[in-house]
Ligand binder design. Sequence first.
Ligand SMILES: Cc1cc2nc3c(=O)[nH]c(=O)nc-3n(C[C@H](O)[C@H](O)[C@H](O)COP(=O)(O)OP(=O)(O)OC[C@H]3O[C@@H](n4cnc5c(N)ncnc54)[C@H](O)[C@@H]3O)c2cc1C
Length: 474
Amino acid sequence: MKRTCVVIGGGISGMSTAILLAKQGFDVTLVERASRLAPLVRGFSRQGMHFETGFHHTGYLEQGEILDRAFKVMGLTGIESFPLGLGSDQRVVVDGGPTEGYPMSSGFVRLLDVLGDYFPQERSPLQNYLNSVEKTQNSSPYLALDASGPRETPYRDSTLAEVLDSLFTDNRLKSILASQVLYHGVPPAEVSFVFHAWVGAAALRSLRTIKGGGKSLVQAFERALEYAGVRVETGRGVNRVIVSPAGALAGVCLEDGQALETKICVSTVHPALLADLIPEGIFRPAYTNRLARLPETPRAAMVFGMIPTNSDVAPGNSWLFLEGHNPACWFGVEDRRGPGAMSVMISDPGGDNGMASLELAACSAPDVSKYELKEHLIQSYMQRLPSLYQRTQFLEVASPSTFARFTNSPFGSYYGPQHAVGVHPPQPRTRLPGFYLAGQAVVAPGIAGAVISACVAVDVMLGGDTVLKELRQC
Ligand SMILES: Cc1cc2nc3c(=O)[nH]c(=O)nc-3n(C[C@H](O)[C@H](O)[C@H](O)COP(=O)(O)OP(=O)(O)OC[C@H]3O[C@@H](n4cnc5c(N)ncnc54)[C@H](O)[C@@H]3O)c2cc1C
């Protein structure tokens, strides 16, 4: 008889875990509290225009890289990805730098060329930095699936800030490189160089997006879940994990009172929520308190609008404005049609109304009301990109509380708990036999981190490297 398993949370981590376990012969039920799977990544529509929320672009999606292989291993079909950042479409604007910003190319060689021209004195340290990033990325078994020989991790005991200070003299270049903390939400002085190279600097290696955006990614997952035979329960959150008087995992209880029996359960929800799910006395109080108090990544805030498509703003354009070393706000024009879709827009087929969708994001939301937040973001947009501002129609705003409500997470942050130096992320195995953790808090944030967390959790559960081997052979 098949062993049963319940996966709690139907985001990218939960959907990946469910498919991988079903492929290993488990009878899997995936339980998601929201009415549809992956509310964070699916996005939403207003006035015929589709807007992205939790997925814009990602690293590690080149052919043969971890996401590409994991999608194949999970049987995701119909995913077409294309590169971003090859021209001058992504710009980082730094105090004291050119007003139009520095073009951020992805690809180490191209980046060295582009930034090396702006900072000729720093070309050699930049080469050193990029080499160290690449070596570090190649040191992770899940990121460098084909690597053989010794795996080097330069600057293993240093923070990102320490490495930047030791290599560079130009503060603007330091800020540009530090701006990649945008992808994990931990300040340069608090993130290890190694974690930053794996997650933040993935964008320097290569940056891709998916045709159809987050919605088509979720649809590919939905098809794969169905094909793998996973039972999906949406609109039905888990409110309690059931533990027998002998201390063994017995099942989960849903909010509508139904109990699902299982001896194996994987939770992908925010770790701060575990204290409410697990009966008292199962975990040590120090453990649950620690999980509840993990430092959180910045709170998310976005304003969504549209602009007429014309020649001076192209789909795929984005601007990241820095204040000192810190990312302050990001403005992006989304193109969900594919490369070369310059003058037509946008997102969903049928959404071609001559307008481009525009997203304005505060890199860390100030603690103000939703109305003030919207004003804050629009003001900052007006000051920084006045000509675009004139042509923008604002449609929607999402504050941290919107994100918290929408994603059933406690804080509405970009990436859940921080992976900062000195913070110990929860491990997949817990004190309750059969109860495992996966998700962005466990391994790393972002789509890649969520998928890798599922691979790691399944390997830990099976007690070997089954998934890792399959990824290597793929
Ligand atoms: C504004 C924003 C932009 C982003 N942009 C990018 C990007 O461009 N690229 C990128 O790679 N990453 C991006 N991210 C990060 C990325 O979206 C996340 O890292 C990733 O989606 C996390 O997936 P997850 O499955 O671990 O968590 P979640 O998606 O949070 O999944 C957890 C799920 O658990 C459910 N849940 C909670 N409690 C219960 C319960 N009791 N019972 C049942 N279900 C429950 C929730 O509803 C949720 O669906 C962005 C995030 C934000 C907020």
